[in-house]
Design a protein around this ligand. Structure first.
Ligand code: FAD
Length: 495
């Protein structure tokens, strides 16, 4: 069992955000960073598995927003690391919508319905007084489409909703492109490359002093002097600061308790963020029976039950000859499928494929069903702020509480839900923490020390007016109880 030894910063979670946060700290001379990771690997939601002879991405698969107004730093890392990717345009799926009898909707219907779906989504947002270019698509209320046109519109809308984090402009502005990672080393190779200097020895062994795997954090005790972190196996770690990079789903769960508890404005913001469940089911076949012509990489199954094995991708583009199909499902359907056996899922998938391609197609010989919702270290796939224009929610989720700094894709105002969102969030969080550490040092050298706790004990509670009049007081000096006064109070209290 590890005995408590105090480090400057503990980073909780070794996904892309935790790793980029740790890297910035180490690069800035904070050598005694310790990363505690619950699972037995780094990468988090960037995760590959060997299936059917190739490497498939259970989590993030695309590098998105390439060639847009802002460079995507993950794309730059991919180029530097010579990661194999292929251009992938899933907007083509709208021209390959199969009905239940296997007929493809005519392309005229597809083009019209696409336009109508976009218009209807934009109109819906405008009705809510939102600038449609800056926000994500919000879910349509469930409806029961009947005519082919209604079905097509509905499935295109559903496609938008599956990637709810995408702004509409992504669909309209073809300047931005998406690349599918198709590399045996996996998307996670980028994370290993990023971490190689500070987490691994030159022989590729993990630096045990920096990275501790299988350490499930269960409690964070924090005070104005430091932070104590307790893991499920009873180990205790102490630090001056914590960077907490676990997913929004984990923050919403009871996996980690905080002593003293997080203030209400913080927990309310955490609860406000939706968690999207997005599941890719992989099916391996003895041979191909689906169309593989260019523009046919994706197809949609139009079933009256919304989201029922809707969105299909053939992996020929990424892995020629792999004979693998992927079907993507989301939210309620994901949770339903996670709860049933893989045999049942295989049976349902085969029924759907036989609707589209006829009774004579071969059975799949293998299936892989990732379970992001049931995974207690994830509890979902990615954050999904319904209307991103309410930046305050993101701000409150991100706002540090004393010595606890929050990061992760869900704290990214611009790119939440994405790998590059997580990457940039980690950098931002560590830069904010470094700034705080610098100020702390300055305060100490100026001889500014402030004993708030005795003051609190005397007064019983401290009002905002009182905090405002205290010079030298900083956020880190505030016991969490003060945060109950609200965020405005905190900002006013930082002098
Ligand atoms: C199915 C799926 C498809 C996706 N597709 C794409 C895509 O195509 N393109 C894209 O850009 N993004 C995609 N994403 C989103 C992307 O993967 C995430 O936004 C990003 O990887 C999140 O990184 P993170 O560091 O914020 O969180 P995570 O990767 O979740 O890292 C958090 C880490 O914290 C650890 N942890 C949790 N609880 C504890 C605890 N109590 N103690 C210690 N450690 C703990 C976890 O094990 C994990 O390693 C997808 C995600 C999923 C699941």
């Amino acid at each position: 069992m590890d005995s408590p030894s105090r480090s400057s910063v503990i980073v909780i979670g070794a996904g892309v955000s935790g790793l980029s946060a740790a890297k910035v700290l180490v690069d800035n001379g904070i050598d005694d960073v310790v990363i505690l990771e619950a699972s037995d690997r780094i990468g988090g939601r960037v995760c590959k598995e060997n299936f059917g002879g190739v490497s498939v991405e259970l989590g993030a698969g695309w590098i998105v927003g390439v060639g847009g107004k802002e460079p995507n730093p993950v794309w730059e890392l991919a180029l530097k690391s010579s990661l194999r990717t292929c251009f992938s345009d899933y907007s083509n799926a709208r021209y390959n919508i199969y009905d239940r009898s296997g007929k493809i909707f005519p392309s005229g219907v597809a083009a019209d319905s696409y336009k109508k779906a976009v218009d209807s989504a934009i109109q819906k947002l405008r009705n809510q007084g939102v600038d449609a270019d800056d926000v994500s698509i919000v879910s349509e209320p469930p409806c029961t489409p009947k005519t082919p046109m209604e079905l097509a519109i509905d499935f295109i809308l559903h496609d938008f909703e599956m990637a709810e984090v995408e702004p509409i402009s992504t669909y309209l502005d073809f300047g931005e492109r998406e690349f599918l990672v198709a590399d045996e080393r996996g998307y996670e190779y980028l994370l290993y490359k990023m971490a190689e200097d500070f987490l691994f020895t030159s022989e590729g062994k993990i630096l045990d002093s920096r990275l501790k795997l299988n350490k499930v954090v269960r409690e964070i005790q924090h005070s104005r002097t430091g932070v104590t972190v307790t893991t499920e196996d009873g180990c205790i770690y102490e630090a001056n600061y914590v960077v907490l990079s676990v997913s929004i789903g984990v923050l919403q769960s009871d996996l980690i308790s905080f002593t003293p508890p997080l203030p209400r404005w913080k927990t309310e913001a955490i609860e406000k963020c939706d968690v999207m469940v997005y599941t890719k089911i992989f099916l391996k076949f003895p041979y191909k029976f689906w169309p593989c012509a260019p523009g046919k990489e994706f197809f949609i199954y139009a079933h009256e039950r919304r989201g029922y094995y809707t969105f299909w991708q053939n992996m020929e583009n990424a892995y020629p000859g792999s004979n693998i199909l992927v079907v993507t499902i989301t939210n309620g359907e994901s949770k339903r499928i996670e709860a049933q056996s893989d045999e049942e899922t295989l049976k349902e998938s085969m029924e759907v494929l036989r609707d589209m391609f006829g009774p004579d197609i071969p059975d799949a010989i293998d299936i892989l069903v990732p379970r992001w919702w049931s995974n207690r270290f994830q509890r979902g796939s990615y954050s999904n702020y319904p209307i991103i224009s309410d930046c305050q929610v993101v701000q409150n989720i991100k706002e540090p509480i004393g010595r606890i700094y929050f990061t992760g894709e869900h704290t990214s105002e611009r790119f939440n839900g994405y790998v590059h969102g997580g990457y940039l969030a980690g950098i931002d969080t560590s830069n904010a923490l470094l700034e705080e550490m610098r100020k702390d040092k300055e305060r100490k050298s100026d001889g500014q020390s402030f004993l708030l706790e005795p003051l609190l004990a005397l007064t019983g509670s401290l009002t905002l007016t009182q905090t405002e009049s205290v010079s030298g007081l900083h956020k880190c000096d505030l016991p969490t109880q003060l945060y109950l006064n609200g965020k405005l109070g905190i900002q006013e209290a930082i002098l």
